[in-house]
Write a protein that binds this ligand. Structure first.
Ligand SMILES: Nc1ncnc2c1ncn2[C@@H]1O[C@H](COP(=O)(O)OP(=O)(O)OP(=O)(O)O)[C@@H](O)[C@H]1O
Ligand SMILES: [Mg+2]
Length: 261
């Protein structure tokens, strides 16, 4: 890390962000290159639903998602999972290891919900899935991230069978750690979407974010503390309330989340 980076990071974060190269802007995050090994992920206040067709701005959501992600990545690291997380940067940003993302979304389901109920209507809503069900989707927004088979992934050469097994192992471990953590807060982890990447040494590492945008969590009254609130109501106020409650329930002290940057 350069001296200039440290200086600007400590004294003028705005100037630092202007200096960094924006390498990707997605629906929920901006990704900046710090150097060839490190990225900064900046969580936006944007919220989308219905496959990106519905868009809104929820002031403060970016900070909340960054704080929750950093908190949960920390927990996973302490529990022995290798993740891309380096540190929470400030407000809406975290520093991560730069990886080659495997273009697969891994969904692990503990209870039947959402697209699973549409795909297989014989499941009852919120029916327990034990052992958890793992699904793979090919990351391609234009194709709406289609469901794919393990065999498809191996045959087209996205990863080999050995790597896919490591991804499945890691997914189950992550799911286990998070399920127990949420249970200790009296919350139920319904399902979660994970992304993995590969570093220069070929290690498979948990990447992206872990927040209300990527998991479904219910409280003891069956209330959602995740993006489902927005999917159903399209109300950013209710979404922010749910994200704030989630942060508080998992022990994150929330200062003012509505100030920009
Ligand atoms: N450690 C990492 N190194 C490199 N890229 C990463 C890392 N972690 C996550 N990414 C990628 O950074 C991007 C984050 O942006 P965002 O989540 O907003 O994208 P998106 O709109 O969901 O689109 P998509 O995930 O389909 O590319 C994603 O493409 C994600 O795969
Ligand atoms: Mg994403």
């Amino acid at each position: 890390m350069s001296y200039l980076y440290t200086l600007l990071h400590n004294y003028n974060n705005g100037a630092l962000m202007n200096m960094l190269q924006l390498i990707y802007e997605g629906k929920s995050k901006r990704v900046y290159a710090v150097d060839e090994k490190t990225l900064i992920m900046e969580f936006k206040d944007d919220v989308t639903a219905a496959d990106g067709l519905v868009k809104a701005v929820a002031m403060g959501k970016g900070v909340l998602a960054a704080r929750v992600s950093a908190h949960l990545f920390n927990l996973l690291e302490k529990s022995g999972i290798e993740t891309h997380f380096i540190e929470y940067d400030s407000k809406r940003r975290m520093r991560v290891k730069r990886l080659e993302i495997i273009p697969i979304e891994v969904i692990v389901r503990n209870h039947a919900y959402g697209s699973l109920l549409r795909r297989m209507p014989l499941y009852k809503p919120l029916q327990r899935l034990e052992p958890p069900l793992i699904e793979f989707h090919y990351k391609d927004d234009d194709l709406h991230d289609p469901l794919v088979l393990e065999e498809d992934i191996i045959r087209v050469g996205i990863v080999d069978a050995h790597t896919l097994n490591r991804i499945k192992d890691s997914t189950l471990k992550v799911n286990n750690i998070l399920t127990n953590f949420f249970a200790s807060k009296n919350l139920k982890l319904v399902d979660i979407k994970l992304e993995f990447g590969v570093d220069n040494h070929g290690n498979v590492i948990l990447a992206d974010e872990i927040s209300g945008d990527t998991f479904r969590v219910l409280d003891e009254n069956g209330e959602h503390l995740d993006k489902e609130v927005f999917r159903r109501t399209r109300d950013v106020g209710l979404l922010l309330k749910a994200y704030l409650r989630l942060a508080e329930r998992i022990g994150i002290g929330i200062e003012d989340v509505s100030t920009p940057s």
